[in-house]
Write a protein that binds this ligand. Structure first.
Ligand SMILES: *[C@@H]1O[C@H](CO)[C@@H](O)[C@H](O)[C@H]1NC(C)=O
Ligand SMILES: *[C@@H]1O[C@H](CO)[C@@H](O)[C@H](O)[C@H]1NC(C)=O
Ligand SMILES: *[C@@H]1O[C@H](CO)[C@@H](O)[C@H](O)[C@H]1NC(C)=O
Ligand SMILES: *[C@@H]1O[C@H](CO)[C@@H](O)[C@H](O)[C@H]1NC(C)=O
Ligand SMILES: *[C@@H]1O[C@H](CO)[C@@H](O)[C@H](O)[C@H]1NC(C)=O
Length: 438
């Protein structure tokens, strides 16, 4: 009798007010329950009275199985529940730029068909579980801009289909797992920057022959020398090794050749071209042939790629160079000042002269004269329109800057022996007359 009532109740539940939600729907509802704040109501239609979770916001299904959960940039505040891992056909999770906190639940890795896990820009923390190796189909792992710590689990090398690995801007430590480069043969994007990775750069990183763009290992604590095998990376790959603790000569092979110093700055121990810091004869070897040890200005010429200029601001700048720049700046400013005051007095003189022989344009009467003086050679900001003439405001009650002036409409009033007289109408009404002196 009692079981029968239960059965009836169950039937009533399924076809009454509350409809039958499948297991996947319940898994998604438990995800919703782990979210404390949803200020934009992004999950408002995640509702048990709707028995088809495939129609919910951010959920995509294939053959009625949840294939992707994608809710980026919705200010969701909560933690990642383990229930996500029970979505057996889950392929894509994209929860980037929300406010998720807490750690990655180990159960998530039961969703072994996962192909992309994009969680960047949250507040997730803790270390990565070693179950990562279970994700044999994982192609994209983007955990950047979180608070993850600990080291990269050694099992990550089992994710052989991985094409993009972005762990930048976290608190990861430790060295890269053995076989990192030899195993992740499909890796196209690698960004490990702004962490605390240490140890040496494994030489098999040079075996990542599918890499593209920038291989970014910058802003870490990598030590030791740069493996010459990094030169085996595709020629077009830009290897960013800046701000580590690398030392020794920079191998001049393949992809490492013809790089500007900007790829290497911030490693006090690095030496040889393209850096100005020559290798001492002890560590030198054959890499920096012409440099005499400890003679600062004897380094080979900077290479000419366009990164070269930026490096002037880098650590390589000597004190002498800094002083020279400051001194030349001061001299430059003085020169401009002198030219300006010369200009000013000349122009004022002319304007005064002209007060006598009236040209017939308006003057406010009570105002005092102001003089404006531009000369192209002195100022890079001067627009082409002003050409190489001096520009003089004859009736300058109105304060104006060059931008305003160029927007204003100008009328030629006439030519005089000295130059061309313009009338300029500014946007906000008041007008005055100007003169170009030829
Ligand atoms: C679910 O939807 C029903 C009707 O559409 C509504 O009355 C109920 O409040 C909703 N529940 C939640 C939790 O949003
Ligand atoms: C990294 O950890 C340190 C303490 O160990 C902490 O002060 C810092 O805020 C953390 N940074 C990030 C990005 O998690
Ligand atoms: C990671 O950070 C947590 C605190 O958020 C700390 O308890 C834990 O010890 C850290 N783990 C490692 C490996 O640094
Ligand atoms: C890595 O590359 C080097 C040289 O290109 C090669 O000799 C070596 O066998 C490669 N290692 C693996 C594991 O593929
Ligand atoms: C840099 O590496 C040297 C050894 O090469 C080590 O003694 C030193 O502590 C390291 N510095 C930092 C900041 O890790």
């Amino acid at each position: 009798m009692f079981p029968l009532i239960l059965l009836l109740l169950a039937l009533f539940n399924c076809h009454g007010l509350v409809s039958c939600l499948n297991n996947e729907g319940y898994a998604l509802l438990s995800f919703k329950q782990s979210i404390y704040e949803d200020p934009e109501g992004s999950l408002s239609n995640w509702n048990s009275s709707d028995d088809n979770p495939c129609s919910w916001n951010g959920v995509t299904c294939k053959d009625f199985k949840v294939m992707s959960v994608s809710i980026p940039k919705k200010k969701l505040y909560g933690f990642l529940p383990s229930a996500l891992g029970s979505l057996s056909d889950l392929r894509h999770v994209n929860l980037r730029n929300n406010r998720f906190f807490g750690s990655l639940p180990a159960e998530l890795f039961q969703a072994q068909g996962l192909q992309s896990l994009v969680l960047y820009g949250n507040s997730l923390s803790g270390s990565l579980p070693n179950q990562f190796g279970k994700l044999k189909y994982l192609q994209t792992l983007d955990l950047s801009q979180n608070f993850f710590n600990g080291s990269i689990p050694s099992s990550t090398v089992l994710c052989k289909r991985l094409r993009a690995l972005d762990l930048s801007r976290n608190n990861f430590t430790g060295s890269l797992p053995a076989g990192f480069g030899a195993s992740l043969v499909s890796l196209e994007k690698l960004d490990l920057s702004f962490n605390k990775f240490d140890g040496s750069i494994p030489s098999d990183v040079g075996n990542l022959s599918s890499l593209q763009g920038t291989a970014d290992l910058s802003h870490n604590l990598f030590t030791g020398s740069i493996p010459a095998s990094l030169g085996n990376l595709p020629e077009k790959v830009y290897i960013d090794l800046t701000y580590n603790n690398l030392s020794g000569p920079i191998p001049q092979t393949g992809a490492l050749m013809n790089r500007g110093p900007t790829a290497f700055i911030g490693n006090p121990g690095l030496c040889g071209p393209p850096l100005k810091n020559p290798c001492s004869s002890v560590t030198d070897g054959a890499t920096a042939p012409s440099s005499i040890p400890f003679l600062p200005n004897n380094s080979p010429p900077q290479d000419s790629d366009n990164n070269g200029r930026k490096s002037v601001k880098g650590r390589g700048l000597s004190k002498i160079a800094v002083v020279a720049i400051i001194v030349s700046d001061v001299i430059g400013i003085c020169l401009v000042g002198l030219l300006f005051s010369y200009c000013y007095s000349r122009v004022c003189q002319r304007s005064k002269n002209r007060d006598g022989n009236s040209y017939g344009f308006e003057k406010g009467g009570k105002k005092r004269k102001e003089c404006f003086c531009f000369r192209k050679d002195e100022s890079e900001t001067l627009s082409e329109n002003v050409e190489q003439y001096d520009l003089v405001a004859l009736d300058a009650q109105v304060a104006f800057d060059l931008d305003e002036l160029l927007k204003a409409s100008a009328f030629v009033l006439g030519k005089s022996g000295i130059g061309i007289v313009y009338k300029v109408v500014l946007e906000d009404g008041p007008y005055f007359s100007c003169e170009k002196i030829g």
